[in-house]
Write a protein that binds this ligand. Structure first.
Ligand SMILES: C[S@@+](CC[C@H](N)C(=O)[O-])C[C@H]1O[C@@H](n2cnc3c(N)ncnc32)[C@H](O)[C@@H]1O
Ligand code: SF4
Ligand code: SF4
Length: 346
């Protein structure tokens, strides 16, 4: 058996799936420019709903032994009515589901619809303890209040859904990260709070030393002493695990040490080993393109090829080879697909 045959057997199943029906948005976040594209435009290359459903069914075939959670992200996924239809379809096939949202569109009716979809988990972005901080980072007055109302609606009308919060750590909120954690712990309705370290703002042209660019100066942490103190506090809080049920900090403790390293030296690759996304993830774009990593070429399109065939194709094998050579502190490495077993935590 040659190396690749052996490899493909090992890579038999992805453990992470992220599906985006839309890449645009209506907020005006400082750390994400997905709002630059008009949220109302439908593109001619978007798969039909039946094709999306087929793709999720294909994924179930590929992952029959151990189905990954499907993360419905974007852009803002609740802009598209199809998102909840697909969530219901995925839940029906035995997948656990997670909806990553800014929560702005969640009113009572939307929460009832979410409840009907059987959504397992919701991850609501909340970037500040102080309403002004969250509203400023999101570029919309009243965004914080909308989050609090959405938590209430979900609790009442979608009781099976676990409620998580997600916060992007940056200069603008560094001083209130611990207050936010204490608030979420005390609230009683929140199942967990996850943190992401600021990476290059989304939908901006890739730049090597982006964090030195004047354009992002308000976002990149300036006071490295404060960074180290805050990451140390999060690390200790996570290890102590002294929270009120059901609350927990979602990141592994080591990720806070890795964040500290990253903020101190953003050019040093966050992992000790190579990138693991060659055999880890399935990411699907609004056009139906499937990527092992968003920064690498597509391995096929759900409109014409089954996910199982793509996953085991020669094209996927070539992309896997390129992924193994990449050393980029991207969103996947630092945040979403952080590898606890191989982090630079010392
Ligand atoms: C792109 S959003 C999509 C879901 C939804 N629109 C939202 O805001 O939650 C996914 C997550 O990425 C986070 N994010 C946005 N910009 C980021 C950046 N530059 N670095 C790290 N995370 C970022 C968001 O806060 C959000 O939690
Ligand atoms: S982070 Fe989410 S809410 Fe903010 S612009 Fe990006 S997609 Fe929209
Ligand atoms: S390190 Fe490179 S190949 Fe791996 S996820 Fe990041 S950009 Fe993709």
């Amino acid at each position: 058996m040659d190396y690749w045959q052996e490899y493909i057997t090992e890579a038999a199943q992805p453990s992470y799936c992220c599906l985006a029906l839309i890449e645009s948005c209506f907020m005006h976040c400082k750390m994400c420019y997905k709002w630059l594209e008009d949220v109302n435009i439908r593109k001619p290359d978007e798969p039909a709903l039946e094709q999306w459903k087929q793709a999720v069914s294909d994924l179930a075939l590929l992952c029959k032994d151990n189905k990954p959670q499907i993360n419905f992200a974007g852009g803002e996924p609740l802009v598209r009515e199809e998102t909840l239809v697909l969530i219901e379809h995925a839940q029906g096939l035995g997948f656990d589901t997670l909806l990553a949202t800014n929560a702005f569109l969640i009113d009572k009716n939307k929460a009832v619809e979410i409840g009907r979809s059987n959504l397992g988990n919701i991850s609501i972005s909340l970037d500040g303890f102080r309403p002004q901080t969250h509203d400023f980072m999101r570029g919309v007055t009243g965004a914080h209040e909308k989050v609090l109302k959405a938590i209430d609606f979900i609790k009442r009308f979608s009781p099976q859904t676990n409620i998580y919060l997600n916060c992007v750590i940056c200069e603008l909120n560094m001083h209130e990260i611990i207050d936010l954690t204490k608030w979420a712990d005390n609230d009683g309705r929140i199942n967990g709070l996850g943190f992401q370290a600021l990476t290059q703002p989304f939908s901006t042209p890739v730049e090597e030393f982006w964090y030195r660019n004047e354009k992002y100066a308000s976002l990149w942490p300036k006071d490295i002493g404060k960074v180290n103190e805050t990451m140390g506090q999060l690390y200790s809080l996570k290890l102590a695990n002294d929270f009120k049920a059901p609350f927990q900090i979602l990141n592994p403790a080591n990720q806070f040490r890795a964040f500290k390293k990253y903020f101190n030296n953003p050019d040093k690759f966050i992992k000790k080993g190579r990138c693991h996304l060659d055999s880890w993830a399935i990411n699907i774009t609004p056009a139906g393109q499937v990527h092992l990593c968003f920064n690498m070429p597509s391995i096929g399109n759900i409109k014409s090829t089954s996910i199982k065939d793509m996953w085991n194709s020669d094209l996927a094998r070539d992309v896997r080879g390129r992924i193994q050579l990449c050393r980029k502190n991207c969103q996947a490495m630092v945040n979403c697909n952080f590898d606890d077993s191989q982090s630079y935590s010392e």
